[in-house]
Design a protein around this ligand. Structure first.
Ligand code: 5RP
Length: 223
């Protein structure tokens, strides 16, 4: 199976998960990226069961609306049952590296509100130790050089994501060369650097459910 076929299979499984677990008229958070895009396309089939969605990026909002799926403002809701999103890496404890698509800040906000975070990815994303995928860090533009120096002190090699501005008007430093043995500790340290808006470690609030696409089928695990 190709990676896209695995993503497609996992997207279908996520649609089935939502159909079975989202209370009628419930609010669904929707992630960003190629796996999330497959999921959005699947979601169209059950859109009448969904009270509304919260989009984690402008791109996701556009795709949802393209299918006639209602997108709400996060400030107008008081709770969200399920959030479905991909990941760049996930470890056995369901901590994740996210932000390859640059949507990490809004994704982390949606994840914070959701009762259940369902991570959808193909088998290549499950790793023993995270860090091979460069860790995205969203930074206020004027703090870019300062934050880069601080990231170097933590042992990383930050590289500016050229020609990219986030939905929030900020820049991204992709941090290479990290071996993330203490995801919660590193997430906390990165949050303390002034000028960092969000870091792509989703460890303090990791996933609750993992739908993993493999050649043997989609495997479901719960934390
Ligand atoms: C976007 C993300 C995505 O979930 C992550 O990059 C995975 O993307 P894909 O499904 O395309 O592999 O965090 O900011």
């Amino acid at each position: 199976m190709t990676q896209d076929e695995l993503k497609q299979a996992v997207a279908r499984a996520a649609k089935d998960y939502v159909a079975a677990n989202l209370p009628a008229g419930g609010i669904l958070g929707v992630g960003t990226g190629s796996t999330a895009n497959f999921f959005i396309d699947e979601l169209a089939a059950i859109k009448d069961r969904i009270g509304g969605t919260i989009a984690s990026s402008e791109a996701t909002k556009k795709r949802l609306e393209g299918h006639g799926i209602r997108v709400l403002d996060l400030n107008d809701i008081t709770g969200m049952s399920i959030y479905v999103d991909g990941a760049d890496e996930i470890d056995a404890g369901f901590a994740m590296v996210k932000g390859g698509g640059g949507a990490l800040t809004r994704e982390k906000i949606v994840a914070a509100v959701a009762q259940t975070f369902v991570c959808i990815c193909d088998g290549s994303k499950l790793v023993k130790t995270m860090g091979k995928f460069p860790l995205p860090v969203e930074v206020i533009p004027m703090a870019r050089a300062y934050v880069a120096r601080e990231l170097e002190k933590l042992g990383g090699q930050p590289k500016l994501r050229e020609g990219f501005t986030t939905d929030n008007g900020n820049v991204i430093l992709d941090v290479h060369g990290l071996s993330i043995t203490d995801p919660v500790g590193l997430e906390t340290k990165l949050n303390q650097i002034v000028g960092v808006v969000t870091n792509g470690l989703f460890a303090a609030r990791g996933a609750d459910v993992l739908l993993l696409g493999t050649a043997e089928g989609v495997k479901t695990s719960t934390r």
